[in-house]
Write a protein that binds this ligand. Structure first.
Ligand code: BGC
Length: 387
């Protein structure tokens, strides 16, 4: 871990607070700005390894002890990306010398609030949160901030609170744009000339990503609907009609069953917008059960089973957003905080309803059968599925 030169930061509370609202970021090696109100901070060359009471009390802006406790609060383990995150955070944080507490909350908001409370009580210096509901963690995260804990959103935005230092994610609107474009491309490639019969699905409405995925996709699809090239036979085009409570695949499958029974007894369905892979497989299964020819279906996550289905031509595409990279980026930020360098700088910011949150964005990739081997060239586990 990089050690810093002796430096003394004298910051008035006012200055420090303005650093907070400006999301106080600094480049590696530059003087750190403190993201919360503080008095005088002194950092020594040994700060990174210093376990003295002084250093650990100085949690914000001046780094913290190398073996610090880091809390990871995940929303559930219902999709592969969260299971991967659980394992990879535990491994990567332990390898970096931290003491990780990694917990998942089974889609239950009070459980997630309670888990975060106990991370604060256990002295976590950073808490990384993938919220079940982006708007329901304000008070517990404000408690974390008051205790000098850094709060990083993971994969999902944390909304309506000042108590967040940054979010690591793939960009949910642009992911949705990719899904919408892939659906359109797939229809043109596999279903002949327009018009195409299509249905739309969204993810769990509490998850801030879900409406954004849908908005992004609709920015591509709505003009095609308006031009008559895409026909939403059910007429259900609002996110609220298309959302899938709790990202529950079985609910999506039931909705697809009834859409097919009610609207497609005399027609074929050509394509379905799906927000992730689990829902994609539920939709495809429903179409199979109804005796429909395989429609063009989108996805997200590059889950193992969907990686196989894309390879077999059962699912048209998925979008890869590698957990390995997202976790590594998060650990890189934690290392910066630990060393006293504050949050890294970023030009991307998102309004969370209260503040402009710094966003650390990685690039998602659309995966079809055509580029699958290329995309997973460095991922031996997924490559092994392409047979
Ligand atoms: C994640 C997806 C995941 C979904 C359901 C979203 O917030 O971005 O990767 O499939 O949650 O777990």
């Amino acid at each position: 871990m990089q050690k810093k030169r002796v430096m003394t930061l004298v910051l008035s509370a006012v200055l420090a607070m303005s650093a907070l609202t400006a999301c106080g970021s600094s480049r590696e090696g530059a003087p750190a700005s403190a993201p919360a109100a503080t008095e005088e901070k002194t950092e020594t060359a040994d700060a990174a390894a210093d376990t003295s009471a002084d250093a650990s009390a100085d949690a914000v802006g001046a780094g913290f002890e190398a073996g610090a406790t880091i809390g990871i609060s995940l929303p559930w383990l219902g999709t592969q990306n969260w299971k991967e995150a659980e394992t990879m955070f535990a491994e990567q944080l332990s390898a970096a010398g931290y003491n990780p507490i990694v917990q998942a909350a089974d889609q239950k908001v009070p459980q997630q609030q309670q888990q975060i409370e106990s991370m604060i009580e256990n002295g976590a210096k950073v808490i990384v949160v993938g919220p079940i509901d982006g708007t329901q963690l304000g008070s517990v995260l404000e408690k974390a901030k008051a205790a000098g804990v850094y709060v990083i959103g993971y994969d999902r935005l944390i909304e309506n609170t000042e108590a967040v230092d940054g979010v690591v994610q793939f960009g949910s609107v642009r992911t949705g744009v990719m899904q919408g474009q892939a659906l359109l491309d797939g229809l043109k490639a596999l279903k002949g000339d327009a018009p195409y019969n299509v249905e739309l699905f969204g993810g769990g409405p509490a998850d801030p990503n879900a409406p954004n995925f849908f908005t992004g996709a609709m920015s591509v699809l709505q003009p095609e609907i308006d031009a008559g090239n895409i026909v939403i036979v059910s007429g259900q085009t609002d996110f609220t009609q298309c959302a899938t409570e709790d990202w529950d695949n079985s609910k999506a499958q039931k909705r697809m069953d009834s859409l097919l029974a009610g609207n497609y007894s005399d027609k074929e369905i050509d394509g379905v917008l799906s927000p992730n892979d689990g829902i994609a497989r539920a939709i495809i299964t429903s179409c199979e059960d109804a005796g429909q020819p395989n429609p063009v279906v989108t996805g997200l996550d590059a889950e193992n089973e969907s990686v196989e289905w894309v390879w077999q031509g059962k699912q048209y595409c998925t979008v890869a957003k590698p957990t390995k990279d997202l976790v590594a980026k998060t650990v890189e930020i934690i290392n910066s905080l630990q060393a006293g360098n504050g949050m890294p700088s970023t030009d991307v910011k998102t309004d969370n309803g209260k503040i402009e949150v710094p966003i650390y964005e990685l690039d998602p990739v659309v995966v079809t059968k055509d580029n699958e081997k290329e995309v997973f060239a460095d991922d031996p586990d997924r490559m092994a599925l392409l047979k």
